[in-house]
Structures are given as structure tokens and as C-alpha cells.
Write a protein that binds this ligand. Sequence first.
Ligand SMILES: *Cc1c(COP(=O)(O)O)cnc(C)c1O
Length: 459
Amino acid sequence: MKLPYIEPYKIKMVEAINQSTIAQRKVWMKKAKYNLFKLSSDQVIIDLLTDSGTGAMSDKQWAEIMLGDESYAGSKSFEKLETTVKKITGFEYFIPTHQGRAAENVLFSALVKEGNLIPGNSHFDTTKGHIEFRKAHAIDCTIDAAFDTTIEHPFKGNIDLQKLEHVFQSNEINTIPFVLITITCNSAGGQPVSMQNIHDVSVLCKQYNVPLYFDSARFAENAYFIKTREKGYENISIKDIVKELFSFGDGMTMSAKKDGIVNMGGFIALKSQKVYKACVTYNIMYEGFVTYGGMSGRDMGALAEGLKESTEFTYLESRINQVRYLGKRLVEFGVPVQQPFGGHAIYLDANKFVANIAQEEYRAQSLAIELYITAGIRSVEIGTILADRDPITRDNRYPKLELVRLAIPRRTYTLSHIEYIAIAIKNVFETRNEAKRGYDITWEAPIMRHFTVELEKLS
Ligand SMILES: *Cc1c(COP(=O)(O)O)cnc(C)c1O
């Protein structure tokens, strides 16, 4: 018999999960005004709110915490991280920042001007925020297949070359400071971009003399998908795929809370000394001196080790297998989920799951609340509440998709936790027709309402 697959690590330290009952969770949920962000973590059994900064560090990373050099300038931990980033990405210049959006703030301060256009594949929300804050525009050039959940496509994060060339041709080329490829493409559900597509985009960019940057939060997961799905890469190591992929670009921003497997951190890596010098000034203003940029020495050491580990095939295989296992179990139970499964999360399709609750009564949020009350699982709504109101008319914007995201933290939960999640969702699915009413908003902030919104249950 073939030996079963196992996680490539064992557990050295554990953190207790606070168990609770349905009755307790009903009270807590009501007190939290039916907003899952307002729950305290000990009211949660399994936390799938985000995969950002929620992963488990290895013994080697914890060892780096003890070795941290906290010198203001010229820290050894900085040198360790710089060497690792250069080795893994191939970029010549490196700047640490406290997290991903800080890297965006610094790089965009150097490169983005009012009225600029930044084409890419469904920009991440903080990225878009930093572009629009500078009165520039993010242009989505993702392939159409990405928006059709019924289409099976191995690389739904790909950029449509015709759309991109159209942007190049119909605008002053010097209003386009760079093209930004997000790997994996978060907004499209953790969908990867193929090496072929990255190559083709870089050729087009060179033809028009436009630099190419990567928003690289999940670059290692993207490399895993290239290795397992793209012809010709089966026998290439993840580290070599990563090197090749970045060789097509001029630089990158990184949220190390994702594929750095640390709780806090980020960086910028660059090819051009000129851009590096411009960024250094902003980094010193916004983040800290160039040899720490908002991070402690110990955190830089842990990140250096985390980058080495996240680019190991065995780690990635176990990570993506876990996400895929959850997706497969749900499909077996007939639960409507988005396909193909992304690298870091599974998305429940609330339009199909709870079609009997009106969209005006926030059906995806209703499903997320039900899942919490039933089993203590915290997920996040990606639907009407997140889509917010139209800034002019103040009407609710109703998105085509109403999703509940189950983001899986790295190395944090075991297969029995995943099985618990699958069974809990199956149980909610089986009683889905009992719920007829959703929720109403009683209070909301004028912008980014999902974090603080307050709701009441309709009956
Ligand atoms: C998380 C993320 C960011 C922002 O990074 P933070 O560390 O949360 O500031 C930017 N882009 C992508 C694709 C991300 O996933």
C-alpha cells in the first residue's frame, strides 16, 4: 500500500483553543453586533479570518528571534535578510518595511504621480488604496476567464495581453510608471499567474519601455502552481522558478506576513539603483533607517529563515494540499465553492448556498455568522458589506459574487481541524433552507465599513 501523505513537520509548541458552546456563541455574536471582526480571539475555535501574519514559525525561526541584532545601523540581522532576499529574488537592492502596504507606500511615493495609470491583474485593496490616494488609477487587465467561476483555467491570475497593449496604446506612455503583477492574484481568489504570461507581459513592457513590478505576497505559492501546472517546470526547483519569475521584472513589494511566514514584516527589492535611492529617502521618512525599516532585528532574522522555508517544495505541497483537501471535501458534500481552489483560501458561493436570503439582507454575511454560531469558525464576508456604498449615490453596491472566504493560516491547523471545518460547513449546508431572513445594518462607517459595521438580525 502506498504510504499516505504527511505534513513535513511535527509540533514542538502548542496553543490551547478555547472551546465554547452554541449558546455562548449566540450571546457573543449578538454582543459583537453580528460583526466577526469584533469577536475576541478566545471566542473563536478555528480562525480563518485571514492568512496574513497568522502562520506558525518554525524552531529555526524562533532561534533567529534569539539571535536578533538590534543595532540601529548595520545590524547583522539586516545583513542576513538582505543576503537571503538577494539570493531568492535575484534583485540587487533591498529595503525592509514593517509590512506590505508600507512597501507600497514607499515605492509608490517614488514612482506614482497624480493622473498616472497602473495596469495590472486585479490590484489588492491596499495597493489600489495607495494608487488612488495619489490620484492615480489602477487598471484591471485580468483575463476574462477569471470572473467566470464555471471556467476551469489553471492560471486565472493571468494578464490579458490585448487589454494591456490597449492601455499602452490609448494613453501617453509616460503616464504609466509601471505594470504591476500580483502573485498570486488575491482579489481573484488566490489564482496564480503562469511563467509564460509573466514572460509575455515583460516582453510587451520592454517594447513600450514600461517597467514591470510584482506585488509578491504569495510568490512561493505562485511558484508551486507553475511547477505543478505549467509544462516544462515539473523538474525545476521552486527556488529556481522564483528566480526565473523575478528575472522578468524590475522590482517587487512584499507582505512578509504571507509567504514570509512571519507575524509582521515586508520589503521592497529592486533592480535599479536610481529607484532604490529614491525609495531610501521615503523609507527613512516613513519606516525607519535603511537597515531596519520598521522591523526589529530579530524579526528580520526570522523572516530570512521564513523565506528559505516557504520556498521549499515539501512545505508548499503540504500547505496547498491542506487547502485543496478542504475544497475537495466540500465538493464531495455538494457545497457550492469557487473553483479552481486558490492557494491560500476556499471561497463558499453564498448566492448558491443561501439563495433564500435576499442579497439586500447580506446573505454572505448571514452565512459567515451561521458558520460561527454552529462551530466557532471565523471566516470573512466578501460580498455586499465589503463592496460598500457608491461614493456618489450612497446606494449599496451589489457585487455579482457573494462569497465567504475561508483563509487557511500557514502550518497552524492540522488535518483534523480541516475535517472539523468541512463537517461544520456540511451541517450548515444541510439546514440552509431553515434560514429565511438575513440582517440589517444599524450603524456603519463612511468608508471601509466592513471592519466596524453593526448589524441586527431580521425575523
Ligand atoms: C496582504 C497583501 C498586501 C498588503 O500587505 P500588508 O502586509 O497587509 O500591509 C498587498 N498585496 C497583497 C497581494 C496582499 O496579499
